[in-house]
Design a protein around this ligand. Structure first.
Ligand SMILES: [Zn+2]
Length: 300
């Protein structure tokens, strides 16, 4: 089994990461792809990746990216740094690119990255104009990240989350991937919760879909439907840890570890097997191959 999307430098994962990786390996876990979100976690994640790779060789892989929701901070910081949000986001990108170029040998993917039109809508905290600006910034930066991925032939871990009932976010992601990648970009749509029509288009582009503990939740019916429609050779598993603990962890009142961690992939695979009516071993073997096919450097 593999974990194709996790954030190892976020608490409480980072404090427990050695025992969490060991527990994953003890259950025949193979690969873990850790993601980054912005300048605040690059260096810490790279340092953890470097030291943990000595202890657990051939287990961890590193993705460097900019989470689309991070630009919202630009509005808050605006008055402090005297940059408008376009200048602020460009500065974030420049810092990202510098760290990316300095660590290119260790980078297996660009992630996480993409578009998020959901978060900015949540608490009505941004004006219509600000929302349009944020979307434009997200699209500009995601375009840059796609062209960087195409240039270096790196796969991507893509976040695409729109407002319910409106698939303009997924449409914009696909348009940018098609334009910048010219058919060459490869990647995983992590934690995809969009509609079935867009799923078809994502699969048409040759992309994979990352499934996590949402399929174990009573409220996860729409994602279970997406899983039913996703062919076996396009399925990946992920925890998105420390977020999204599985349903059994959420239910256990006195469990010490209440967060998403790599070993929970086992429960996610078990649930996926039930949904797809496939034996565990087959599901694990095929999806591990999918992971290696997409994220293994030797395949490029
Ligand atoms: Zn994530």
């Amino acid at each position: 089994m593999h974990d194709s999307h996790i954030h190892i430098s976020m608490s409480p994962l980072k404090e427990n990461i050695e025992s969490d990786i060991q527990e994953f390996l003890d259950c025949k876990g193979r690969k873990i792809l850790t993601q980054t979100t912005d300048i605040t976690d690059y260096q810490e994640t790279i340092d953890m990746y470097t030291s943990l790779s000595k202890k657990f060789p051939d287990t961890l892989q590193l993705a460097l990216g900019i989470h689309p929701s991070r630009f919202e901070e630009g509005i808050a910081k605006n008055s402090i740094e005297e940059l408008d949000i376009f200048q602020y986001s460009q500065k974030q990108y420049d810092l990202f690119e510098e760290i990316f170029n300095n660590n290119l040998d260790n980078i297996s993917a660009i992630g996480e990255c993409g578009l998020d039109y959901y978060g900015m809508n949540e608490y009505n905290q941004y004006s219509q104009t600000e929302q349009e600006q944020l979307k434009e910034i997200q699209r500009r930066i995601f375009s840059k990240l796609c062209s960087l991925a195409a240039l270096h032939k790196l796969p991507m871990s893509i976040h695409a989350r729109g407002v319910k009932g409106d698939n303009s976010c997924e449409k914009d992601v696909l348009a940018i991937v098609a334009k910048e990648g010219k058919g060459t970009l490869r990647g995983s749509f992590h934690s995809y919760t969009g509609d079935k029509k867009m799923l078809e288009k994502i699969l048409d582009l040759g992309m994979y879909i990352g499934f996590n503990a949402i399929i174990t939740y009573p409220s996860g019916e729409n994602v279970r439907e997406i899983l039913k429609l996703t062919p076996l050779d396009r399925i990946l598993f992920e925890t998105d840890g420390p977020f999204l603990p599985t349903q059994s962890v959420r239910k256990k009142k006195n469990s010490k570890k209440k967060y998403g961690r790599p070993v929970l992939i086992k429960e996610i695979i078990e649930k996926a097997c039930e949904i797809k009516n496939i034996p565990y071993e087959k599901m694990e073997n095929v999806t591990d191959q999918n992971y290696l096919c997409l994220f293994s450097k030797t395949d490029i």
